[in-house]
Design a protein around this ligand. Structure first.
Ligand SMILES: *Cc1c(COP(=O)(O)O)cnc(C)c1O
Length: 227
C-alpha cells in the first residue's frame, strides 16, 4: 500500500505521544478512517488501534500487519463476536454477564484468551451503554465469572458526559477510578492483569489522566475529523 499524500499523521502522533506521561497507553481510534491512514500510523510506530464496528475492524485487520493489537471499543452485538474472536486483543465495553459468557465460548473455539474491560455507565446521558456500579458489583459477587477461563479481566472502561463542564467530567472519571480500586482489592487482589482504567477521549483525556487513567482512546486528535 502506498501513501501518496501528506496527512501529517506521523508528526501529530509522535508529538502527541511525547506529550503523554509514560504510564499512559494510547489506543488510536481509527473508526471511519481508511486502511491507508491506519497504515500510516502503523509506520509511525502505533500498534494499538480501536474500532467500534466488528465488520469494519475485521476488514482492516485482514489488510494490515498482524502485530497490531485490535481493541473493540463499541457496543458488541452477540452475533458479531465470532467475527472478531479469532484476532481481537481487547474488548472494551463489556456490559453484561451474558456477553462475557458468549465471548468466552468463542474465545475457546479460537483457542485464545481475550481481554475484556468492564464498561461502567458513568455519564448522565441515558443513551450510553454500561453496567451501573451496583450491577457490576453484583455480577462480580456471583463469582460465576471465575469459570470463564478464556477471558482475562483487564480492568474498566467508561465515557464521561458530553459536556463542557470539566468539573463534572473529572468527578465522573474519579468515581470510576475509585470503583476500579475497590473492585481490584475485593475481586482481583492477586491478578496483575486487572490493571486498566480506560478513560479519556480527544476532548477530555487530560482530565482523565488527572483522574487516574492509564489508557486513553484518541480518535480525532490523531486522525483528524471523521466523516
Ligand atoms: C469514537 C470513540 C473514541 C474517540 O473519540 P475522539 O473524540 O475522536 O477522540 C473513544 N472511545 C469510544 C468508545 C469511541 O466510540
Amino acid at each position: 500500500m502506498e501513501i501518496n499524500r501528506d496527512t501529517g499523521i506521523k508528526e501529530r502522533l509522535s508529538k502527541f505521544k511525547k506529550s503523554l506521561p509514560d504510564h499512559i497507553t494510547l489506543v488510536a481510534v481509527s473508526k471511519n478512517h481508511p486502511t491507508e491512514l491506519l497504515l500510516e500510523a502503523y509506520n509511525a510506530g502505533q500498534r494499538i488501534f480501536g474500532e467500534n464496528r466488528a465488520q469494519e475492524m475485521s476488514i482492516k485487520q485482514k489488510k494490515l500487519p498482524k502485530d497490531i493489537e485490535w481493541h473493540f471499543i463499541g457496543h458488541l452485538q452477540k452475533n458479531k463476536i465470532r467475527l472478531i474472536a479469532p484476532y481481537v486483543s481487547v474488548i472494551q465495553g463489556v456490559d453484561s454477564f451474558e456477553l462475557l459468557e458468549k465471548i468466552d465460548s468463542h474465545a475457546k473455539k479460537s483457542n485464545r484468551v481475550i481481554t475484556c474491560l468492564l464498561q461502567i455507565h458513568i455519564a448522565q446521558e441515558a443513551s450510553k451503554f454500561g453496567f451501573t456500579f451496583d450491577d457490576c458489583r453484583e455480577m462480580l459477587k456471583k463469582e460465576e465469572w471465575r469459570k470463564l477461563s478464556n477471558i482475562n479481566f483487564g480492568g474498566v472502561m467508561g465515557m464521561a458526559t458530553f459536556t463542557d463542564n470539566m468539573d463534572q467530567v473529572l468527578s465522573e472519571f474519579r468515581a470510576l477510578t475509585d470503583f476500579f480500586n475497590k473492585v481490584k482489592k475485593e475481586f482481583f487482589p492477586d491478578q496483575d492483569s486487572f490493571k486498566t482504567i480506560s478513560i479519556g477521549m480527544s476532548e477530555d483525556y487530560t482530565v482523565a489522566i488527572k483522574a487516574g487513567s492509564n489508557m486513553i482512546r484518541i480518535g480525532s486528535l490523531v486522525f483528524g475529523q471523521r466523516d
